[in-house]
Design a protein around this ligand. Structure first.
Ligand SMILES: Cc1cc2nc3c(=O)[nH]c(=O)nc-3n(C[C@H](O)[C@H](O)[C@H](O)COP(=O)(O)O)c2cc1C
Length: 532
């Protein structure tokens, strides 16, 4: 009898815990996998001890190491994001970056810092409660020390009517509704509104989930989804109406992305749901394909004509996104922009290490240069023609960490886009199942069961926290290097360790001339004032 009572009690506890798991909204894994999901936290808790002896260390996992993921999760939840006992990185790894801190770090003038959150000594609050009310879209008053606007005005060079200075040097990278779920897109858009950053739609058009207050960069891929004729061509009038209808601040024409450059894509009819069809402007249930190249242009001059046509029609800044392959394209683009005075307002360079929803392994592994070498090659090409200051440079490819982000900025990047890091912030556990529809956290799947685990209200706050923390640490790092803004950190402050005792500044390593990125004192003063 006693055994029966005991058994009944255990079953009762399990059922109650299961119900709690299903009903709660904070943890997608527990919501989707009641009871079993709890094991994850127990295993995570004893993971470090186990790994000390039998598995991998904190920096071995790819694409994102455990340390990197832990930092994103901690910042997103406003938990203690500090690490103890000193570095466990291998400083002898090739091209390991080191920032040369200033003997006298930059300190904000007292009057300007008063009233801001203290960012210097203490880890953030370990309280899990958010400082955003969960149903607001405005986090402006809460951004405090994490406000870091772009050093450049987007669209200034070509004098676009809707040129603007982005409020945030960090933005959310292109990831379509389709590759990401509806609640994931909603969480990112709400989070972008709270953090005051731009949210790139990806090439799948603007869906209802992109309309929660976050400013958008509308991406136009080769399928022209959202601005497309019935036979798959480009329709400017549709794009103009879309820009008038939602918060599109800029348009990005996608040539390629780092994880699958030179490759088209197919969306099978079964995945073309009414919602996806509406966002893309295609018929429900019919397979649609994105070709590997654009039909609206086929050369550098005709691409520039297209950029100008879109900008004239829509009024907003227009840029291009590409991974770096054939160098002659960039030489021709820089030459053409120099000789005609026309061209894109911004250039987004995606590293070969970038992510995707689905791609053949060889394209992810072996096509396109990694971010640093690819970006430096393009930047040099423009700087040699004195064209580098005309455009806003945006970088992507595992740059969503303060160190990697600042290295990119010291190479000339004005803004950083974060893709998978933003996914981590909304609950992704790097299961690497984006291509299977079985993403366990509901981020990259359309399974009703799995997406119901992702609460967009809760996760929007997390992604906002992550983005603000990234900006805040970029700023702290800049201050440590003696600069008031990340764009003022000199390449002379960043060394790459090259093995043994040898090291080199990144500007020397990538063949930069010191004058290219040295801002005149007036411009530096203006930027310092902007930070006030
Ligand atoms: C699920 C997923 C979907 C993506 N979709 C697009 C897309 O529609 N257009 C695009 O240009 N890049 C796309 N990307 C690439 C990202 O925008 C970004 O350039 C790349 O992942 C590098 O940034 P990260 O290392 O911060 O993720 C996608 C990436 C992921 C992970």
């Amino acid at each position: 009898m006693i055994w029966l009572i005991l058994l009944a009690a255990i079953v009762f506890v399990i059922v109650v815990l299961g119900i709690i798991d299903v009903v709660q909204t904070r943890h997608s894994i527990r919501r989707n996998f009641p009871i079993v999901g709890r094991l994850r936290y127990q295993l995570e808790r004893i993971g470090p001890e186990l790994r000390q002896y039998i598995v991998t260390d904190n920096d071995e996992e790819r694409p994102f190491s455990r340390d990197q993921r832990r930092w994103v999760y901690a910042t997103a939840k406003r938990e203690n994001q500090y690490f103890g006992f000193g570095t466990d990185n291998k400083l002898e790894d090739p091209q390991y970056p080191i920032f040369r801190h200033a003997a006298f770090p930059y300190e904000r003038p007292r009057a300007e810092t008063s009233g801001r959150r203290d960012s210097s000594d203490q880890p953030p609050s370990t309280s899990s409660s958010s400082h955003f009310s969960s149903n607001t879209n405005s986090g402006a008053d809460d951004r405090g020390d994490s406000v870091v606007p772009s050093a450049k005005i987007l669209g200034e060079w070509r004098d676009r009517p809707a040129a603007f200075r982005p409020d945030s040097v960090v933005g959310i990278s292109a990831m379509s509704f389709g590759s990401l779920s509806a609640p994931a897109i909603e969480a990112l858009n709400r989070g972008a509104a709270m953090a005051g950053c731009l949210h790139n739609t990806g090439e799948g058009g603007v869906s209802a989930h992109h309309r929660h207050g976050g400013d958008l960069v509308m991406q136009l891929g080769t399928g022209y989804f959202g601005a497309r004729t019935s036979d798959g061509g480009f329709d400017l009038s549709k794009l103009v109406s879309l820009v008038a209808d939602c918060r599109i601040r800029a348009i990005e024409i996608k040539l390629s992305q780092g994880a699958k450059p030179g490759l088209g894509g197919v969306l099978p009819g079964a995945k073309v749901t009414p919602e996806i069809a509406a966002a893309r402007g295609v018929p429900v249930g019919i397979t649609v394909s994105s070709p590997s190249r654009h039909s609206a242009f086929d050369s550098v001059p005709s691409m520039i004509d297209f950029v100008e046509r879109v900008a004239d029609g829509c009024g907003v800044p227009v840029g291009i996104k590409s991974a770096v392959g054939d160098r002659s394209f960039w030489v021709e683009l820089a030459d053409e922009m120099q000789s005609t005075g026309r061209g894109p307002d911004f250039i987004t360079i995606d590293g070969g290490e970038g992510g995707t929803g689905a791609a053949p392994l060889v394209f992810s592994d072996n096509v396109a240069l990694p971010f640093r070498s690819g970006f430096a090659e393009v930047f040099r090409t423009f700087a040699e023609r004195n064209m580098h200051d005309k455009v806003t440079w945006i970088g992507a490819g595992k740059l969503g960490f303060p160190g990697d982000g600042l290295v990119a900025m010291a190479l000339g990047v004005d803004m950083i886009n974060v893709g998978r890091e933003a996914m981590l912030a909304i609950g992704c556990i790097q299961a690497q199942k984006c291509h299977t529809s079985h993403c366990p956290t509901g981020v990259a799947t359309h399974s009703r069961w799995l997406t119901r685990g992702l609460d967009p209200t809760d996760k929007s706050v997390r992604v906002a926290h992550y983005i603000m923390s990234l900006r805040q640490e970029l700023l702290q790092l800049s201050h440590a290097c003696g600069a008031p803004h990340p764009s003022l950190v000199s390449g002379a402050s960043v060394d790459l360790l090259l093995g043994g005792d040898s090291m080199e500044s990144i500007w020397d390593h990538y063949g930069y001339e010191p004058g290219w990125l040295t801002r005149p004192p007036a411009a530096a003063d203006e930027l310092e004032k902007l930070m006030g």
